[in-house]
Design a protein around this ligand. Sequence first.
Ligand code: G4P
Length: 189
Amino acid sequence: MELLKQRILSDGRALDEHVLLVDSFLNHQVDVKLMQAVGAEFARRFADDGVTRIATIESSGIAPAAMTALAMDLPMVIMKKSVSSILRDGILQTEVFSFTKNLAYQLTLKKDFILPGDRVLLIDDFLANGEAAFGGFKLIEEAGGIPVGLGAVIAKVFQAGRDKLLAAGYRVEALAPVKRMSEGVIEFE
Ligand code: G4P
C-alpha cells in the first residue's frame, strides 16, 4: 500500500535493525484518515472471502481493525491481554509470549463474541514473530470460528512470524512488508 509506505518513510524511524518507531501515526498518535485508507485496503483484499467478523488484539490493533470493520460493515471483537474481574465466565485464554517486549500475557476472548462458523479476519498493527497471531487464531478456532487470515499493517518479514504463519496454512496480508532495517534506513519487500 503505497500511501502507507510513503508515510512510514517520511514519519517512521528505524531505531536499529529490529525496532521501527511509528508512534506519530499508528500506535500512539493515530492518523485516523490513514487508518481509514488501511481499512479500505484490507476490505478490498479480503472482499471475496466471506468474512463475517473482524478480530483484533488490544491496543494498537484496534484503530486499523475498527476501520476495516467499518469498511466491510461487520462486527469487531477485541481480544484482551488481561482479564478484568467482571470478565470471568465463558472465556477462552491462551498464553502469548512477546519476544519484542520479553513478557507473556494471557490473550483472552469471551466465547459469545465469536459464533460457531464465523469467518474471522484478524487485524493487527505489527507482525513480528507471529506469537500474537497464533494465539488469536487459536482462540478463534476454540470458539468454533474459522480464521480467514491475518491482516498486518506492518510486517517485519525478516522476523519469523510471516513464514511460520504461512507454513501453518494461514493467509497473511501485509500492507507494508519491511524486509530490512538499520538505523535511519527502511527497505520494503
Ligand atoms: P509477535 O506477536 O508477532 O510475535 O510480535 P512480538 O510479540 O515480538 O511484538 C508484539 C508487540 O510489540 C506488539 O505490541 C507490537 O505492536 C510491538 N512491536 C513489535 N515490533 C515492533 C516495532 O518494530 N515497532 C513498534 N513500534 N512496535 C513493535 P503490543 O504488545 O501488542 O502493544 P500494543 O501497542 O498493541 O498495546
